[in-house]
Ligand binder design. Structure first.
Ligand code: SF4
Ligand code: SF4
Length: 443
């Protein structure tokens, strides 16, 4: 059953499907035209109408009307196989907000087994909301890599003895940035030159542990562009993984903590370098719309959220003066291109770097198979999507793949390693940061 806040619903009850806590009009907007089908990666790959946006909406309508139950095994399978990439949203001429539909359905579909329930509780309910536990996991992984243990185990072949998919999951682990001990960002980084904005940096949960140097690069690039950067210590995981996995109440609790933490900064903008998180943060207004105590604060919070590429383009960017001679291809993160409709700004930033040649890949806005924890839960489908993506990347002849989302960077790096391709992966701000560093070195 869906869980509801203790507060009275702010929306008219007649428009809401009680089981799903979803506005009925969101479901009715789909006219079954099928124009989204060719844009859906799972439909293209699996060829099953039930794995298409139209088929999934039909199943959720059946759930809303009581024709099927939340524990229906077919419903669980087909809703579970959705990447929540939202390519169907940007393709849909009727403006169907598909993300709301799939997230509402996942919130009421019960876990398939006690093991899944336990894992969800441990990973999503306990580790992700707790900064000290995340720090501990990050430290353990960095120690495993930097001590040489990972290399030793990989060379020995012992990892192949791990049960189930564990060896594949271990192989996915990217080289974690920085040393064994994470170098946290300071609470404030002053603007260089005239202050153009005060921004609060959202450092992320996985991103802070895996891509700490990219967070530093983000802060430096913002400061170089006249932003005073503050890093609120009380921030938490944004709740995106929870929302996509059906843990809506945990996501709401995290949203409330983040709203309070960022309001206290007095910043003009709340800036994030992870597309999946940014998309969720911009939807806090919707997530807490039912909660009169938080609805207005959540809306105001979401209005201040900017992807870092969006804000830099808006400022606008001060182009680096030094050249970075490289050939780069850009992967549109689904939750940037489809979730936030941001496509041009990251490309503009890359093209502002002298010497950088941007080459477009085929299907740049098609999902790489990362999709939150999809590549862990549906490894086989994710790898088939990844293989298509790597072929498109290889055809560009680029030396660097840029993407503005940690999940895409991890997945693409894994695909490149699997095929022995020597390309680098980088966030666009990493490349800007390198160009600014060149500028300093040559002045
Ligand atoms: S989601 Fe949109 S494009 Fe897809 S079938 Fe429904 S109305 Fe048509
Ligand atoms: S979110 Fe992506 S995978 Fe899911 S139905 Fe839409 S296009 Fe298909």
């Amino acid at each position: 059953m869906a869980q509801h806040s203790a507060h009275a619903p702010a929306r008219p009850a007649g428009q809401v499907v009680p089981l799903l806590d979803l506005d009925r009009m969101v479901l009715r907007r789909c006219v079954h035209c099928g124009l989204c089908l060719d844009f859906c990666p799972t439909y293209r790959l699996l060829g099953n109408e039930l794995d298409s946006p139209r088929g999934r909406i039909w199943q959720v309508r059946a759930l809303a009307d009581g024709r099927i139950q939340p524990d229906d095994p077919h419903l669980r399978t087909h809703i579970g196989l959705c990447l929540d990439c939202r390519a169907c949203e940007t393709a849909c001429p009727s403006g169907v907000q598909y993300g709301q539909i799939v997230e509402a359905a996942r919130a009421v579909i019960p876990p398939a087994s006690w093991r899944e329930r336990l894992l969800r509780r441990l990973i999503l309910g306990t580790i992700f909301p707790s900064p000290p536990l995340l720090e501990l996991v990050g430290f353990g992984l960095r120690l495993y890599q930097k001590s040489g243990l990972q290399g030793l185990l990989r060379r020995s072949g012992l990892l192949r003895l791990l049960p189930g998919r564990l060896a594949d999951l271990e192989a996915m682990l990217p080289p974690l940035q920085g040393g064994v001990f994470r170098r946290p960002l300071p609470p404030t980084i002053p603007a260089q030159g005239m202050r153009r904005a005060r921004v609060a940096l959202i450092t992320g949960c996985v991103a802070a542990q895996f891509f700490n140097e990219t967070n530093w690069a983000t802060a430096r690039v913002l400061a170089r562009n006249g932003c005073e950067v503050v890093v609120p210590a009380a921030q938490r995981c944004c709740g995106a993984l929870h929302l996509h996995s059906g843990e809506r109440e945990v996501a709401r609790a995290l949203a409330r903590q983040n709203i309070a933490a960022f309001e206290a900064t007095g910043a003009d903008y709340y800036v994030i370098n992870a597309a999946g998180c940014g998309s969720t943060l911009k939807e806090y207004g919707h997530l807490l719309a039912h909660d009169p105590a938080w609805a207005e604060r959540a809306r105001a919070f979401s209005q201040r959220v900017r992807d870092v590429t969006e804000l830099l383009a808006q400022l606008p960017l001060e182009p680096p003066r030094a050249a970075l001679r490289c050939r780069v291809t850009y992967q549109d993160a689904c939750h940037l291109a489809h979730g936030q409709r941001i496509r041009e700004q990251p490309r503009q930033l890359l093209q502002a770097i002298p010497g950088l040649e941007l080459v477009e890949m085929r299907g740049a806005d098609e999902c790489c198979g990362s999709a939150g924890i999809y590549n862990v839960v549906h490894y086989d489908v994710a790898v088939r999507l990844l293989e298509q993506k790597i072929a498109a990347i290889a055809a560009t002849g680029a030396e660097i793949v840029a993407a503005a989302n940690p999940g895409c960077l991890i997945q693409i790096a894994y695909g490149l390693r699997r095929q022995g391709l020597p390309l680098q992966v980088a966030h666009p701000v990493d490349l800007l940061d390198r160009a600014y560093a060149q500028e300093k070195a040559s002045s």
